[in-house]
Design a protein around this ligand. Structure first.
Ligand code: ZN
Length: 162
């Protein structure tokens, strides 16, 4: 069986950036499962896995535009400490959700703290990164009806209690 729309695919992978730093991984003993064709994974990787079968290995380089996007400078903002509830401990690396006016809370990370000025970044942590996947296909099966209606994979056997 080859990977096509509505396949549930188990992969192992190592993800590195162009500097060679490991960003993420899934081992063969604890594979990552996804539903093919449902945008569960970045488009640049999904496209390259199409048509592969168990045992196939690929090295896939995904440009930011087909990964987590380019860095959007408009999502780097500066706010005053008074934008936070008083007494809030604010530290670099902290993440929280903020409503920026469209009713959809979006995640921001504290990039820097300079006195009463807080520098925030709403970009995905991997925005602007070229993603280098070293990936192996470990399993391919047809998705269950539940998986198709949920739009995601339910592990090796397709069972989930939600
Ligand atoms: Zn589900």
């Amino acid at each position: 069986m080859t990977i096509q729309k509505d396949s549930v695919v188990g992969i192992s992978y190592v993800l590195t950036n162009n500097a060679g730093m490991e960003l993420d991984q899934a081992s063969a003993s604890d594979p990552f499962f996804y539903l093919h064709g449902a945008s569960n994974i970045v488009p640049g990787l999904e496209e390259k896995l199409e048509g592969l079968k168990v045992g196939d290995k690929r090295q896939v380089s995904v440009d930011p535009i087909d990964g987590y996007g380019e860095i959007n400078p408009a999502l780097k903002i500066k706010v005053g400490r008074d934008a936070f509830p008083s007494g809030t401990e604010i530290e670099v690396g902290m993440q929280f959700a903020a409503d920026v006016g469209n009713g959809q809370p979006m995640p921001f990370t504290v990039e820097n703290v300079d006195g009463d000025e807080i520098f925030l970044d709403g970009n995905h942590p991997l925005a602007g990164e070229t993603l280098n996947f070293d990936v192996e296909v470990l399993s391919v099966r047809q998705a269950t009806d539940d998986e198709l209606s949920h739009g995601h994979a339910h592990g090796p056997e397709g069972h989930a209690d939600h």
